[in-house]
Design a protein around this ligand. Structure first.
Ligand SMILES: Nc1nc2c([nH]c(=O)n2[C@H]2C[C@H](O)[C@@H](COP(=O)(O)OP(=O)(O)OP(=O)(O)O)O2)c(=O)[nH]1
Length: 130
């Protein structure tokens, strides 16, 4: 099965976390995810996150500590997802590829339909806050 290495940004501001909904043209359409994307050859995870967030949301982030790493098998491949805590450095996130963005309080995070690969990270965030 194809292995897809992906990084996701857990972007925090004022105690809320940015969730992004995948648009109709994308795989996993309608599910929520952490903004980010596939790691390209030669890139560090930090470089990928800064590049992807700039492309997708038009802002710059500072990448902090790793939250977790999980694997999930979809019909299109095995996604190896590493998530990092991030903060906003400059600019305001605006969706260009996602159909919706939401700043979600930790207490509401688990009410969103997340991409399956993200569920362990979401659970960890909720546990760490409690
Ligand atoms: N960016 C991101 N991708 C995620 C997350 N969870 C998850 O399963 N994925 C999947 C969706 C995609 O298959 C892949 C990330 O690729 P991508 O964000 O570059 O997606 P894409 O639309 O360019 O890829 P495609 O599947 O449409 O070809 O990982 C997540 O939290 N963030």
């Amino acid at each position: 099965m194809k292995r897809i290495t992906v990084v996701g940004a857990v972007l925090v501001r004022d105690g809320r976390i940015l969730a992004a909904r995948r648009g109709p043209g994308m795989s996993l359409a309608g599910l929520w995810e952490f903004p980010g994307g596939k790691v390209e050859p030669g890139e560090t995870h930090q470089q990928t996150l800064r590049r992807e967030i700039h492309e997708e949301l038009g802002c710059l982030v500072t990448v902090g500590a790793q939250l977790t790493r999980t694997e999930h098998s979809y019909d299109f491949g095995l996604v190896d997802l590493t998530t990092y805590w991030c903060t906003l450095e400059s600019g305001e996130p605006r969706p260009s590829e996602h159909d919706e963005l939401a700043w979600v309080g930790v207490g509401s995070l688990e009410t969103l339909p997340w991409a399956p690969a993200d569920v362990p990270a979401v659970e960890l965030i909720v546990q760490q806050a409690g």
